[in-house]
Design a protein around this ligand. Structure first.
Ligand SMILES: Nc1ncnc2c1ncn2[C@@H]1O[C@H](COP(=O)(O)OP(=O)(O)OP(=O)(O)O)[C@@H](O)[C@H]1O
Ligand SMILES: [Mg+2]
Length: 334
């Protein structure tokens, strides 16, 4: 029996849904591979659990950066591992719908499609992330009204105004939540002389940061490894450091949203003023970010419920209504 699969492979997280079972996988974009046989050992959390515990011939990969595939072969193996995980056999020749960042080049799109085909998919349809998000939000994407959606992920950020099934104006950058984590880690190394585990860095961002610097004055004590002697020590991290690390990504985010709004035709701008803008993607949850965007642009902004899964929910709806939404795929399926 043919299986239909929706796939959203992100820089940080990968999500898979089927029409039958809904969201079946929502885990870190990681794959552990046996480099002697090329066999996939595990994906997602299972692969993370192997970090630092594996013999030399087992390697854990993160095949995406800035929203796109940096390692074609590993991405194909990741997708094969995901099919396995979801019980989709290679023989079922699944029909797959996948999201791509709107700023992905035609080469990047082809690479993603080929990776899915190499993993066993029969037919692959690509959809730009903001359109999949708008469908997941239940916005009237096919109508002649403007719907404003901003996708804020780990490695890519894109703001789009959608009308009549297509993107009318947009702004996008290859930056996201991951870049903030990297900036926090760099500041901790330079200012406090310590190296901190990635999961702790992300936790500092989630719990201490504020895009409007409202958390200034707070501090937290964490365990970190000294660069000088490699010993674990407790260090006090101040919110000022975490907020300083946000600055570049936050200003790039504001700029790309302003570009999208500035390019909008007048009629659709009025729709945005009336309907507001919806933020999706995990990074949309950054404390005070939606508030800052609303304040800077003058547009009403809301963060979607469970913002990280909006795109995969939209893709799953596409699987269910493939025939009526067919035109939306053709536009990006180059
Ligand atoms: N509560 C939170 N506050 C701030 N950031 C958060 C929060 N929860 C998750 N994030 C961040 O959201 C990002 C993950 O979002 P998402 O799952 O949408 O990314 P992705 O799809 O993997 O990336 P991309 O689509 O850009 O390739 C990570 O950078 C994570 O740190
Ligand atoms: Mg994403």
């Amino acid at each position: 029996m043919a299986t239909d699969v929706a796939l959203d492979i992100g820089t940080a997280r990968t999500r898979l849904a089927t029409t039958e079972h809904g969201i079946m996988f929502d885990e870190p974009t990681m794959v552990a591979i046996d480099t002697t046989t090329g066999e996939v050992i595990d994906v997602g959390h299972g692969a993370i659990d192997l970090v630092g515990r594996t013999p030399r011939h087992m390697v854990v990969f993160r095949p995406l950066a800035q929203g796109t595939t940096v390692d074609f072969d590993v991405t194909a193996r990741l997708i094969a591992g995901l099919f396995d995980h979801a019980g989709v056999s290679k023989l079922s020749r699944a029909r797959v719908v996948m999201s791509v960042p709107s700023l992905a080049t035609s080469i990047e799109r082809r690479a993603l499609r080929q990776a899915a085909i190499q993993a066993g998919a029969r037919e692959v349809s690509l959809m730009e992330a903001p359109i999949a998000a708008a469908i997941g939000l239940g916005l009237p994407v096919q109508d002649p009204v403007g719907s404003a959606v901003t996708v804020l992920g780990a490695g890519a950020s894109e703001s789009a105004l959608i009308s009549l099934g297509g993107i009318v104006s947009s702004g996008a950058r290859r930056v996201g939540g991951n870049d903030i984590d990297n900036a926090i880690a760099t500041l901790l190394r330079l200012r406090q002389g310590v190296v901190v585990a990635p999961s702790i860095v992300e936790d500092l961002k989630i719990t201490m940061s504020s895009a409007r610097s409202r958390s200034h004055g707070e501090s937290r004590t964490i365990m970190a490894r000294s660069i000088e002697d490699g010993r674990l020590e407790s260090v006090e991290v101040r919110a000022e450091l975490v907020n300083a690390a946000l600055a570049d990504v936050v200003s790039a985010t504001l700029r790309l949203i302003q570009e999208c709004l500035a390019d909008a035709p007048p009629d659709l701008s009025q729709d945005v003023s009336a309907q507001g803008m919806v933020l999706v993607g995990g990074h949309a949850q950054l404390t005070d970010l939606s508030d800052l965007i609303a304040h800077t642009t003058g547009v009403t902004v809301r963060v979607a419920e469970d913002p990280g899964t909006v795109i995969i929910r939209g893709l799953q709806m596409c699987l269910e209504q493939m025939s009526s939404l067919h035109g939306l795929f053709r536009q990006v399926d180059r």
